[in-house]
Design a protein around this ligand. Structure first.
Ligand code: PMT
Length: 411
């Protein structure tokens, strides 16, 4: 995808830069590592060479590597320069135009965006000289991943620890990704199971962990959407959504979704909502007879209600449902898409052990107006990203239809 120069300078966090390189590669980027002399005291250049499968640049004037002027050649081909960790020393050099080694020369020569992940002792980070240099760089358009707080290698406690590799990779992604059509859009995502109580201590539930829905919500946040996450019971940490609503039952989820859907641009129902619920006994059901019969009543079909509401109105959000099936996946999912009047159905074969409920990976088939498209087995985060790419396309078509004032009815 992109060619990224990863500058590594001499701080204790240099070892984490190895994980940054791996994270960038996992996202399909090509990484070239540029190490300062001090960085090589913390991590060997061979480590980066083995991971990036490229020569690691450690010296401005290495013989045999100057058939062209390397820092100029690299400066004009990279899509992004990351410096992680960025020490007070390198920050000072970059801010003041000192170009006395390969990394600082590369910074001065490139017109690619620059992302710095500062890491240093707390007092150094708070020092006026460093603050001034950071302000100078920020005013020049350099982006930052703030250091973390906590126990530092120097024994101090405070702000200055290099940000986690995942955060640095995510920040790089935001810079590299073109502005998403979901930016500023209102997106409602449901996730997790519902629990239907049949007495004060027992319930009927399902195996949904919430991972798929949370991954969709996190990806929508990352694309700049205003996200409302409506979640059944899970143990997951919610992403930085604008609103997180915790519910327990299908009826509660129905109320939470229906009262908000009118203001949404997109609704994505990844929750595994109970289709039937028992009457809740006021007291604990006592053990007695050999068998116990529970009478279950149909719950409201949230997605179906949204689809029908949109049919009878000139406007309405883009609707995306999931279909969890153990057999006849495509046919049943397509049937649900038509019956619930939604734009996209994500067909999920939940009979597989590596996809569907309570695992970190998924493999699905997206069924939309133009047919079906399989998304192969990958992390739920990647699946979420692929699904939102398709949602963006529907949203674009939806917008143009709205502009023309034509009907929003879809089959
Ligand atoms: O949470 P994880 O462990 O990560 O697992 C992910 C998942 C398997 C739960 C997820 O990928 C998934 O498939 N979610 C949909 C599960 C489901 O309820 O499927 P369904 O085929 O029964 O329902 C079809 C659609 O109607 C779904 O979008 C569902 O949210 C919705 N529905 C269902 C019943 C109901 N009463 N109201 C609804 O809105």
């Amino acid at each position: 995808m992109a060619l990224i120069a990863l500058g590594v300078t001499g701080g204790i966090g240099a070892y984490k830069a190895v994980e940054v390189a791996r994270g960038l590669q996992k996202r399909g980027h090509d990484v070239v590592a540029v190490m300062t002399h001090s960085a090589t005291k913390f991590v060997g250049a061979v480590t980066f060479e083995a991971i990036t499968r490229r020569r690691v640049i450690t010296d401005q004037f290495e013989t045999g590597a100057n058939s062209d002027i390397e820092h100029i050649a690299l400066a004009s081909t990279i899509d992004l320069l990351i410096v992680a960790p960025a020490t007070a020393n390198v920050i000072g050099k970059l801010a003041n135009g000192i170009a006395d080694d390969f990394l600082s020369t590369l910074y001065t020569a490139t017109r690619a965006p620059v992302l710095l992940a500062p890491a240093m002792n707390t007092n150094m980070f708070a020092h006026e000289a460093v603050r001034k240099n950071l302000d100078t760089l920020a005013a020049r358009g350099v982006r930052f991943v703030e250091p973390g707080e906590g126990y530092l290698a120097c024994g101090w406690i405070g702000k200055g620890r290099l940000a986690e590799p995942d955060e640095i990779v995510a920040a790089a992604d935001v810079i590299l990704r073109p502005a998403s059509p979901l930016r500023g859009q209102k997106v409602l995502v449901t996730a997790g199971p519902t629990y239907e109580d049949f007495d004060p201590v027992r319930f009927i539930g399902n195996r949904s962990s919430g991972k798929m829905g949370y991954a969709v919500a996190a990806e929508a946040v990352r694309r700049g959407a205003n996200v409302t996450l409506i979640s059944g019971p899970t143990s997951l940490e919610p992403p930085a959504a604008r609103e997180v609503v915790q519910v327990r039952t299908a009826a509660e989820m129905h109320r939470a979704v229906m009262s908000r859907a009118g203001q949404m641009d997109v609704v994505i129902m990844a929750a595994a909502v109970a289709d039937y619920a028992p009457q809740r006994a006021p007291q604990k059901v006592q053990k007695g007879a050999d068998t116990l019969t529970l009478v279950l009543h149909k719950t409201p079909d949230i997605l179906g209600d949204l689809g029908h509401r949109r049919l009878s109105s000139a406007k309405g959000p883009v609707l995306v449902g999931f279909a969890a099936e153990t057999e006849n996946l495509l046919a049943r999912a397509a049937e649900k898409r038509a019956k619930k009047h939604v734009d996209l159905i994500i067909a999920n074969d939940v009979a597989r052990s590596d996809a569907g409920f309570d695992v970190d990976t998924n493999a699905v088939i997206v069924i939309g107006p133009d047919g079906s498209e399989p998304l192969p087995l990958q992390s739920k985060a990647r699946i979420a990203s692929d699904i939102l790419d398709r949602v963006e396309r529907v949203l674009a078509a939806h917008g143009s239809r709205t502009d023309q004032g034509t009907s929003q009815v879809r089959g």
